[in-house]
Each structure stands twice: as C-alpha cells, then as structure tokens.
Write a protein of this length. Structure first.
Length: 312
C-alpha cells in the first residue's frame, strides 16, 4: 500500500461518528446501522484509484451517509403515515446496560442532550432538509458549506433551514421555561421517576396524579404488533387511571429503573423479556411527557437479539 492509500483503520474508525450522526438524523438505530453500512458498501465498491483520489475519506463517508439519511427521511414520512398508532424514536439504553457489550452501537452514540427523547421527538417535526442541516450544524458543528454539498442547497439556504429548525426547538421548549425547574440534576430526575415507579407498583392513583403535571401527555408506540394506545393520553388524572387499568390487565410485570437515551427511565419486563421502555420529560417536580415504546422491533437493544451490533 502506498503512503497515499487510505488507511483502512482510519476509515473503519469513522463508524462511531457516522452511527451517532445517522441515529440523530433517523431516530432509529436499526436504520442508522443500515445507512452507515450502505455508505461503507459504496466506499468499498470504488476502485483503489478512486479511493486514493478522495482527499478526505471521513468527509466523503459523511457526505454519502448524510445523503442516504436524507433520502430515508423522505421515504420515512410516507411509511409513518401508514404506521399503526404513534411513531416514537427507537430508545437506547446506557452504554453500560447495552446487551452485547461495549462493541455494540450504543457505545458509539454519545449520550448527550441531542439524544434525549424529548429532543428526538422535536426533530421528528422538522422537514428532512431542516433536520439534516440542524443536526449537522448545531450538534456536530459542520460548516454550512459542507452541509450544502450533502443536501444540494446553497450555504445560505442551509443556514435558513437550521434557523427554522432552531425555532421549532425553542417553541417545543417554551412551555417548560415558564416554570422554575427544580428537578435539574440526574439524581433529582431519577428520584422522581423512582417515586412514579413505586406509586405504579402500589396502584396508588392519588400519588401518580400528584407526580404528573395536570397537562401531561403519554404517547405509546406498539407499531401494530402489540397492544398500545393509538392516540395520546392527555391529562395527569387520565394518564394515572390508564396506567392503573393497564397494571390490572398485565400482572407479573417487573419495573426496573434504567437509563433511557441518557436520562432516567423505566423498563417493564415480563418473564425476563423487556416489553416496554418508558422515557420521561420532567418540568420542576412533575412529569410532563411519557413516551412508552412497546414495538418489539424497537426493543432489540434491550433484549440482546441485535445480531449485527458487533460489526459496528
């Protein structure tokens, strides 16, 4: 290999960053893995001379993966219109809790604020171009000139897309800023989630109502594969009643405190299998949003049946 040949180790080392990027763009680790795999397939499909002509393999892979994700986002909108019930981004465990060990993709996705469930849900409200421009620039700090190459727009247009996306983020966060937030630390958040768990286990509807914001919303994602509320459950009292009703219908569940997308969450297991992963959004000392993922296809990372994880 000549000194100008791309270093295979350096090229392979881009996987961590690419998977982290693709997950934030797509909201699905499964699709992120597929997108990155496709980008690498296109790289290795080139001749050695073509590879040598690429000045920066990392930038090339980012451009290709970004375009693949942009295409997937466009088709995903069509698919999600046919999705049964609400579509929630695929939840991720903490890297220390990932089934399969540190070589799996969860170790590749840094658990910062750009991966918490509330943020990912806001990203879902953006157009594909807005999402790509915003994530690449505001999260991964790519210049607009490089983003323009990915989404085939001018740098000025990319800047406008990111600005529009930022407005969406601020609008989603605005209700939370009207109340003084006291539950800001991870320990405080974990304590609130723990009290919620204990109240649910005790079937204590009064305590559940007290822990939920009066205007709280719960969204469930069963994907048509398992039972789940097809529409959001709104209002703290209605959510508490719904949870108590579901508890009575599903005896034998075990609730575990786990980290979900970097924040305290809950996992429900039946006979040792994870059947629900719940992520929370908290304001002050109340729970404002619950996202309950029940679609088994989105729970593979929690049950150890992702066979291709070690390849990343």
């Amino acid at each position: 290999m000549s000194t100008s040949d791309p270093d295979p180790r350096a090229i392979f080392g881009e996987r961590r960053r690419l998977i982290a990027l693709a997950y934030r763009l797509l909201g699905s680790l499964t699709e992120a893995e597929d997108a990155v795999q496709e980008a690498y397939a296109r790289w290795y499909a080139m001749s050695p001379r073509q590879q040598e002509a690429v000045e920066s393999p990392g930038a090339w892979l980012t451009t290709v993966a970004g375009r693949i994700c942009l295409d997937l986002l466009g088709s995903a909108r069509v698919r999600r219109e046919r999705y049964v019930g609400a579509w929630i981004p695929e939840p991720l465990p903490d890297r220390t809790e990932w089934i399969g060990g540190p070589a799996d993709p969860a170790d590749r996705v840094a658990m910062d604020e750009s991966v918490n469930m509330a943020f990912l849900v806001v990203l879902e409200s953006m157009t594909p171009a807005e999402r790509v421009a915003f994530v690449l620039h505001d999260v991964f700090r790519y210049p607009f000139a490089e983003i323009a190459e990915i989404i085939a727009r001018s740098p000025a247009a990319c800047r406008q897309l990111a600005t529009s996306a930022r407005r969406r983020v601020r609008a989603a966060q605005a209700p939370a800023t009207t109340t003084t937030t006291t539950t800001t630390t991870t320990a405080g958040q974990a304590g609130l989630v723990r009290r919620f768990k204990e109240a649910w286990e005790a079937r204590d509807i009064k305590t559940l109502v007290g822990l939920l914001d009066p205007d709280a919303t719960m969204v469930a994602d069963g994907g048509g594969l398992v039972g789940a509320a097809l529409r959001p459950v709104e209002g703290g009292e209605r959510i508490a009643q719904y949870l108590i009703h579901m508890a009575a219908k599903a005896p034998g569940l075990t609730l575990l405190e786990r980290t979900v997308n970097g924040r305290p969450g809950l996992v429900a297991q039946y006979a040792g299998t994870t059947v629900t992963v719940a992520a929370f959004d908290l304001t002050a000392d109340r729970i404002t949003h619950i996202w309950a993922v029940r679609n088994p296809e989105k729970l593979r990372a929690w049950n150890g049946d992702r066979a291709d994880g070690a390849a990343f």
